[in-house]
Design a protein around this ligand. Structure first.
Ligand SMILES: C[S@@+](CC[C@H](N)C(=O)[O-])C[C@H]1O[C@@H](n2cnc3c(N)ncnc32)[C@H](O)[C@@H]1O
Length: 221
């Protein structure tokens, strides 16, 4: 007779670096994203929020998140220690914290709760997107948001920066609808879609507050 596995055994562990998620070179990355503060603001991050920058890389968006969250705080999580060291050097703000860890095991590393989990330019490479969505849902406050920045689902040859095609291979790119479908089993509902020219979009979804939950956090009202 098969033994009853413990709850621990039913939760798969970390999976390591996701495929096709290497940190881009700064020259074309900064050309593509010249104003990360404007991006973060457009995606609804504002003063007082508790934000997790999931797969923060070298901190290009983490620093902007910290500036926009003001009196709140930002935690950057990444599995690459060298990138994390660069992110730390760039975000001296005391409201910014960094954790080394796997995005599939967020709760072990930074349990939250967070008002926003922000994931930029990484979701396309996650092999088990439904499981990632469950991991995100587990650290969000009721009514909290999952914000995903993705490359548009266009042919890679069309997304040219500094004279060369950039970004993940065409087959890995997801439409907003496909992204939503991949995470919907974790209970996320679509809130807003933001166009981020020239080649990206931001999908904002939220985890509905339980009917008997107290009011949403102040920052989200
Ligand atoms: C393309 S970079 C994007 C970095 C940053 N979000 C940005 O947009 O500038 C993808 C990042 O995902 C990180 N990453 C990949 N797999 C991961 C995992 N399983 N857990 C945590 N971070 C991971 C990589 O180390 C890398 O820093």
């Amino acid at each position: 007779m098969a033994s009853d596995p413990s709850p621990q055994a039913q939760v798969p562990g970390p999976v390591g670096i996701f495929p096709a998620t290497g940190m881009p070179d700064a020259d074309w990355w900064h050309t593509l994203w010249p104003d990360p503060d404007a991006v973060v603001r457009a995606l609804g991050v504002g003063p007082g929020m508790r934000v997790l920058d999931l797969a923060c890389g070298d901190g290009h968006f983490t620093a902007a998140l910290a500036r926009c969250a003001g009196s709140g705080y930002v935690t950057g999580l990444d599995l690459d220690p060298a990138l994390l060291a660069r992110a730390k050097a760039r975000c001296a703000d005391p409201s910014c914290h960094f954790r080394l860890g796997d995005a599939m095991a967020i709760r072990d590393v930074c349990p939250g709760p967070f008002d926003v989990v922000f994931m930029a330019n990484t979701f396309h490479g996650v092999p088990d997107k439904a499981r990632l969505a469950s991991a995100v849902a587990a650290v969000l406050a009721p009514g909290g948001r999952f914000v995903i920045i993705n490359w548009q689902a266009r042919a890679r040859e069309e997304t040219v920066v500094l004279g060369a095609p950039r970004g993940p291979q065409t087959a890995l790119r997801l439409s907003p609808e496909a992204t939503l479908e991949a995470i919907s089993a974790a209970g996320f509902a679509r809130e807003r879609l933001v166009t981020l020219p020239p080649y990206h979009y931001g999908l904002i979804v939220h985890r509905p507050a339980a009917p008997d939950a107290k009011e949403a956090p102040a920052a989200l009202r």
